[in-house]
Ligand binder design. Sequence first.
Ligand SMILES: [Zn+2]
Length: 321
Amino acid sequence: MKKAWKRILGFAILMGVLLLAACGSDNEEGNANEGEEGAADDEPIEVVTTIAQIGQPISEIGGDLVNVESLMGPSVDPHLYDPTESDISKLQGADVVLYSGLNLEANMIEPLESIGEEKPALAIADTLPEDELLTDEEGATDPHVWFDYDLWQQALDAGVEELKEYAPEYADQLEENKQEYFAKLEELGAEAEKLKDIPDDQRYLVTAHDAFSYFGRLNDIEVVGLQGISTESEAGVSDVNDTIATIVEHNVPAIFVESSVNQDTINAVIEGAADQDVDVEIGGELYSDAMGEEGTEEGTYIGMYEHNINTIYDALSGGDE
Ligand SMILES: [Zn+2]
């Protein structure tokens, strides 16, 4: 106890001397000692993410404590995205890098892994329990985990832990903000409830690429993607024909385009169905691998998800003609 007091006293004397010196040299008003000291501690953590599905929630959770930049903007396809030189320098300038992993950013694996040797860089979806992840027919893990808001919450949690570790002085605040944000995520589940009203025989979600399997699992909707879990391989004639057959068989009223994927194959399906006298509409545009413009509702993770819920609900629930 005595020792501690001595240290504090010593520190106080030292501060006094420094303060006097500061006043003496600069003759500013006396309260200059407060602000200056903490300045270095107040620096936000520079966070760089690949997709905005990570960046926007982290920015909301981090508030003033973080500066977040997502490299992939609206309508960018992460499967095909090649990092630019400016991306590389942004990665180098970051304090913490957060990306999705599970081979989503297929052309960025090398720079992301090498930046991980220099600084904290976490593939947040890689932290998820393997038995909760979906795989395709070839055994490749489906990276579109953000469509399972419970799993995505866990992945974001791992990201927040990474930030806490980097800046322990912000840990309490980050934790508090995180709890607040996660409470909002819980509400998404309640909003998705209405999808249960879609009639059984219309529970088909047809999209250009297979991004919605987690969404389908969560909401009990059959997902038909023309292209598989990556956009790397294009849809073939047989994919288009199989999809048309599904639509004709089940009388699927609407199919969906994606904001980050070319619409051609979806158009081919609509034409093919029309040739068989089946009228299928475009049910709207879904956000699959990219979110909406920054500053709009759809530019947020929650807003993007709500948009998809509403678009799917509107297109599949009504039409029973
Ligand atoms: Zn995808």
